[in-house]
Design a binder for this molecule. Structure first.
Ligand SMILES: N[C@@H](CCC(=O)N[C@@H](CS)C(=O)NCC(=O)O)C(=O)O
Length: 232
């Protein structure tokens, strides 16, 4: 049996982490039996992040390595039926979302005071009240530094919005006339695309990313289709 370590549903999302949702959808696509555990926390996470899985005693951390593990161990091809060009495009979108959009999502969720207060701030409920504000401050400062080192944190909000609009338009363009990311066949990157589009559309948070995503009907319809398929 495979166990997927998750944060657990929050903010109206299957999981606050798009990476966890991606792994969850991939596991559902695999057809393998698995269970989700949200009580494990980050303490035992080999890379200090979620998701990770434990598969028959073997721990695999990181959503992409979880995918590769499932492909290798169980002979699953998540991109079955795709041409080499479609496979290439799917992988490129996958990484664009994970390494680019993710950090803009972090900026809006964690560094915007109003969104932080109604969202990530709740993650600190277990921290003793007297030191809670200090810990929140430390984590937010560390994320600000991470965004700066990544580079995305050096852009103005207007510049970030320009990048977001272009990215969402590119996803919308790929979805045009298609059921899934690369056509009528679901592929591995659909797990990622769905997770990140759902996160962009999350009604719990207010930000320009959400407004733009809401204005693109095929992104909204895609998320509705995928939600019906995986979280009905
Ligand atoms: N590359 C990793 C990214 C996972 C990731 O960034 N997880 C975040 C939540 S979205 C996390 O666990 N952060 C906890 C921390 O950094 O302390 C993957 O694909 O699984």
């Amino acid at each position: 049996m495979i166990t997927l370590a998750t944060f657990g549903p929050a903010f109206g999302l299957p999981d606050p982490s798009p990476f966890v949702t991606k792994a969850d959808v991939l596991l559902q696509m695999s057809g393998l039996p698995y269970e989700k555990q949200s009580a494990r926390g980050l303490g035992k996470a080999p890379k200090g992040k979620l998701p990770y899985i434990v598969d028959d005693g073997q721990t695999v951390a990181d959503s992409t390595f979880i995918r590769l593990h499932l492909e290798k161990k169980y002979g699953i091809d998540f991109d079955r039926g795709l041409t080499p060009a479609q496979r290439g495009a799917a992988w490129a979108v996958d990484k664009m979302l994970e390494d680019h959009l993710y950090w803009i999502t972090i900026r809006w969720r964690w560094l915007d005071d109003a969104n932080f207060a109604k969202g990530p701030a709740t993650f600190f409920a277990g921290v003793p009240a007297p030191i809670r504000p200090v810990i929140k401050g430390v984590v937010r400062r560390s994320l600000r530094k991470t965004l700066h080192l990544h580079g995305i944190g050096r852009h103005s909000d207007d510049e970030l919005n320009e990048l977001t609009v272009r990215l969402l338009q590119s996803v919308s363009g790929m979805l045009e006339g298609n059921e899934y990311l690369t056509g009528q066949t679901i592929c591995g990157a659909d797990a990622t695309t769905y997770a990140f589009m759902l996160s962009a559309l999350c009604p719990h948070f207010d930000n320009p990313m959400r407004s733009k995503a809401e204005s693109l009907p095929n992104i909204v319809a895609y998320c509705e289709r995928m939600t019906k398929k995986f979280y009905a």
